[in-house]
Design a protein. Structure first.
Length: 435
């Protein structure tokens, strides 16, 4: 058994025993009461699953195994001469629960490098799709095409013991993480670079190799990919993509089925697709105002116009957070370190000063602050990745880290099939005496 897999078994399997004992002793205790508004409101805020990898605090932001994003940017291993953490480190932390050493991260880079070969039939499947198919459509289908390689599917068919589910899931998860950058880059080069593909470089770390295969080899872009892949990797278990991954996986669907389904959720405008909606909105503002660098007064007028038309300001607000998203702040700091005098990024920062006071003044917006999507597209455009329909695929590559870590834990803990109860309006009316 490889070192990381052995460490996971040492950590996770005793937790599974502890969890069963905890359920035996405390399973009848009530931890939450559900309101009628929550029943109608998409179960928002209802505790309903265990997710060890990260937790979203409304006031403090996302914490990965207890560590904030600023702490992770300081403590996680970095590439030589770089300031941003390597995504291998955040995956190790989510999976094991401990901060990795530099050797732990190097071992993980090497392991993913060995697993990264994508079968030719996956590329053939992608090539059979119309070139104008949305990148997320291609990404989801590419992941499904990889399912021929599923170890979990094969071992389950042979009749493996349920105590071994986690081991086969681990193998699939590691293979999937290793291969999705290649699929993403293939889609990008097929759509936007005349099918001129770039082979992976085994000497590079996971995120830098993605940058290389996309065709962006500058050191700064590689650093951006390391940051991007780290901060987008996980956002506890209740968001649409993570929850879909958990839900589909709870039926003992293998990681390829689960993650492809998760990506279909990520492709929705209210989830991962929001990053491209931000760029569209800013470009529309610049065009209508006739300037690439609108003043704060002009932005103020355009924001109020957008609201008066019954539209939202893309990139602002969050169902849980009640402060500026730390992922936004990390990207803002990256821009301030590396980028000078960029019209689009300067506009993003001016929007940050204008929008929250306007949303606060409405009196009904719980979170007027920017989320991660408010900044990410502007950074990518600065470095030449201008095809914003592709941005959600990058989000998806990153989200593989969190989704796969969660799924391995689900199988190690023996999580049951997810089956919430439902009700009817008539039953609810009777319960609350509203006949």
């Amino acid at each position: 058994m490889e070192k990381l897999k052995e460490k996971f078994a040492e950590k996770a399997l005793p937790v599974a025993v502890e969890m069963k004992q905890f359920l035996k002793e405390h399973g009848d205790k009530v931890v939450s009461e559900v309101s009628v508004a929550q029943v109608f409101g998409g179960m928002k805020g209802v505790p309903s699953m265990i997710t060890e990898t990260s937790k979203l605090d409304p006031d403090e932001g996302i914490r990965f195994r207890g560590y904030s994003i600023p702490e992770l940017r300081e403590k996680l291993p970095k590439a030589l001469g770089g300031f941003e953490p390597l995504p291998e480190g955040i995956f190790y932390l989510m999976l094991i629960g401990d901060l990795p050493s530099e050797n732990d991260v190097l071992d993980l880079t090497a392991d993913w490098g060995r697993r990264a070969i994508v079968p030719k039939h996956v590329f053939n499947v992608l090539d059979a799709l119309p070139p104008h198919s949305h990148p997320m459509t291609q990404f989801s289908i590419g992941i499904m095409a990889l399912r021929t390689e599923s170890i979990f599917r094969e071992e389950y068919h042979k009749g493996m013991h349920k105590q071994d589910y986690w081991s086969a899931t681990y193998e699939d998860a590691m293979n999937l993480i290793a291969r999705v950058p290649r699929i993403a880059a293939y889609i990008y080069r097929r759509m936007y670079r005349a099918d001129d593909h770039i082979e992976p470089d085994p000497k590079l770390d996971w995120a830098a190799n993605l940058a290389h295969m996309l065709g962006f080899d500058s050191d700064e872009f590689k650093r951006l990919m390391r940051l991007y892949m780290t901060i987008h990797s996980d956002h506890e278990g209740g968001n649409v993509s993570a929850h879909t991954n958990h839900l589909v996986g709870s039926a003992l669907s293998d990681p390829y089925l689960s993650f492809s389904a998760a990506m279909n959720g990520l492709a929705g405008p209210l989830h991962g697709l929001a990053n491209q909606e931000v760029i569209r909105w800013i470009f529309a503002m610049q065009e209508e105002l006739g300037t690439p660098r609108p003043t704060k007064d002009q932005i103020n007028e355009y924001v109020n116009k957008t609201i008066s038309e019954g539209k939202v300001i893309p990139g602002y607000g969050h169902p849980v957070l009640r402060k500026t998203d730390p992922r936004y702040s990390a990207q803002k700091e990256f821009a301030e370190r590396y980028i000078q005098n960029d019209e689009l990024i300067d506009t993003v920062h001016n929007i940050y000063e204008v929008v929250p006071p306007i949303l606060k003044s409405l009196g009904k917006v719980k979170n007027p602050w920017p989320n991660v999507d408010a900044h990410s597209g502007a950074l990518l455009i600065n470095y030449g990745l201008t095809e914003y329909d592709f941005y959600t695929v990058l989000f998806g590559v990153s989200r593989a880290l969190g989704c796969m870590a969660q799924l391995v834990w689900d199988r190690a803990l023996g999580s049951p099939i997810e089956r919430p109860g439902s009700t009817t309006l008539e039953i609810l009316k009777k319960k609350v005496g509203a006949d």
